[in-house]
Write a protein that binds this ligand. Structure first.
Ligand code: HEM
Length: 475
């Protein structure tokens, strides 16, 4: 008997069939994260979804994600579709570039941005920007205003990023304008992605304004590059100094277009992620006063009322655990794409060359095998010992493997400084009495920006606290 008649044919990846042309796109777009949860229950941790004219295989098991991100890294590239969709904003910059060899060059050029010496420099700038944010908060409190936590965090993070990227050539007063341009440009990129650049959608006034803002960002970045090339630093002071002095394998410097793409990508990478982490952390703390009390006790004990130093950050262990747990429940990027470069197999299913894959941090972070009582906010699960023993890809907030987030330490520093310095003086409570619902718009954001009230640490809440806050998804 021939051997091939004895082997069982490999089973196809399961999943819903969907409608012609749209697939399951309509249901998926209504609530992508809830849809993933339902699919895991129905089909298991590997499933295929037809979305529009494409079909994607989604991976929801830490073991399978590890195969893609680390063990068989060479067999999987960045998604060419995402690269194409994000090109107007991110060009061919490091986070999206699909070509392994080009990425390796960019990665080597960017690594010197994140040495301990540079991180110490960024710490100083971040501290100043955070101090200013804390003063803004004092004014909001004095005026009795409710703040949008997400917008507040975004402003603070962007101000820090601007200073770490461009110490010279840009005025901190430009932050508000740049932030507005980025917000509108994001809308343009979103609309372009969702509509496949339909001329009808591209003609909408808000979308055209977004495109104009993107052009303004480009002009400002090119002006800045010209200024900085004419006024080089003796020793690198910020991220742009490192990029300007970086050389490729053949000794060539980055072109202006490459510099622009990577500068915008660093701004985008930082402002689309850290604000969410800060927002959800404050939101979850407000809904869990006992965890907040534990964090405040640590901050007061370690800092004894003074400003944090660079070295102090490593001592704020529980505060960092709060941040980790907020990012577990609300990872900035709920799913991330890759393409299979070879015919292969994942979880017993055949994966053909060219298949679009997505690894879903949202469901991996709720896998009860790694996270008992996965919907509960339990910072205590992120002790240093637990981190060492848990499955490698059970926690994906910063990705994993070779293409793990290169800016993680900067993001963590900004978030920790905000959490610590705000909590030294203020308490933030939900204006709506509960943690808001979430939406996916590039990253996971609160639907309403998360309105919060600010009060001094020693001041009683001005509304009767809700005895057991109703917290959606987080009992
Ligand atoms: C809480 C904050 C942050 C989170 C949650 C986050 C998350 C991530 C994730 C998940 C990836 C991997 C994407 C993939 O595998 O395809 C990534 C990559 C990246 N991030 Fe971050 N990030 C954060 C902060 C930052 C900051 C502050 C910067 C810049 C200063 C930055 C710059 C980048 C870059 C350049 C990449 C691409 C790395 C590569 O392709 O090798 N990120 N980030």
């Amino acid at each position: 008997m021939a051997l091939d008649t004895l082997t069982t044919p490999a089973k196809a990846v399961p999943g819903p069939r969907g409608l012609p042309f749209v697939g399951v796109g309509l249901d998926f777009l209504k609530d992508p994260l809830g849809y993933f949860d339902t699919m895991v229950t129905r089909y298991g941790r590997v499933f295929r979804l037809p979305l529009g004219k494409n079909s994607f295989v989604f991976l929801n098991d830490a073991e399978h994600v590890e195969q893609v991100l680390r063990r068989d890294f060479e067999n999987f590239g960045m998604s060419e579709q995402s690269e194409e969709l994000l090109r107007p904003l991110l060009g061919r910059s490091m986070p999206v570039v699909a070509d392994h060899l080009y990425w390796e060059q960019l990665h080597a050029m960017m690594l010197p941005m994140f040495t301990p010496r540079m991180l110490q420099q960024y710490f100083g700038h971040t501290l100043c920007a955070t101090q200013e944010e804390v003063e803004h908060l004092a004014k909001h409190m004095a005026g009795g205003e409710t703040i949008s936590m997400y917008e507040f965090a975004r402003e603070g993070v962007f101000a820090s990023l601007i200073r770490t990227l461009f110490v010279r050539g840009i005025d901190p007063s430009e932050v508000t304008t740049l932030l507005e341009w980025f917000g509108k440009a994001d809308e343009y990129v979103n609309a372009r992605n969702l509509s496949g650049a339909s001329p009808l959608i591209m003609a909408i006034p808000a979308v055209r304004e977004g495109k104009r803002c993107l052009d303004r960002i480009d002009r400002r970045v090119y002006e800045l590059l010209a200024f900085r090339k004419a006024n080089p630093a003796e020793t690198p002071e910020d991220m742009l100094d490192i990029l300007l002095s970086a050389r490729k394998a053949d000794g060539a410097a980055l072109t202006d277009v490459e510099l622009r793409d990577n500068v915008v990508a660093l701004l985008f990478g930082g402002q689309e992620t850290t604000p969410g982490a800060i927002t959800w952390a404050f939101g979850l703390l407000a809904a869990h006063p006992e965890k907040r009390a534990r964090m405040l006790e640590e901050i007061d004990r370690v800092l004894e009322g003074r400003e944090p130093s660079f070295q102090d950050l490593a001592k704020l262990e529980y505060t960092e655990m709060v941040l980790d747990e907020a990012m577990r429940l609300y990872p900035a990027f709920p799913f991330i794409g890759r393409d299979s470069l070879v015919d292969t197999e994942i979880g017993g299913y055949p994966i053909a060359r060219g298949t679009s894959l997505g690894f879903v941090a949202w469901t991996v972070h709720r896998d009860p095998r790694h996270w008992p009582e996965p919907d509960r906010f339990i910072p205590e699960r992120h002790t240093r010992e637990e981190k060492k023993t848990r499955a490698k890809c059970a926690y994906l907030s910063f990705g994993y493997g070779q293409r793990r987030c290169i800016g993680e330490r900067v993001g963590r520093m900004e978030a920790l400084l905000m959490l610590t310095m705000i909590s030294q003086r203020f308490l933030l409570d939900h204006a709506g009495g509960r943690l808001p619902d979430h939406k996916v718009q590039m990253s996971i954001k609160p639907v309403d920006g998360m309105p919060m009230r600010v009060r001094a640490r020693n001041q009683a809440p001005d509304v009767a606290p809700v005895a057991r806050p109703e917290v959606v998804g987080v009992p």
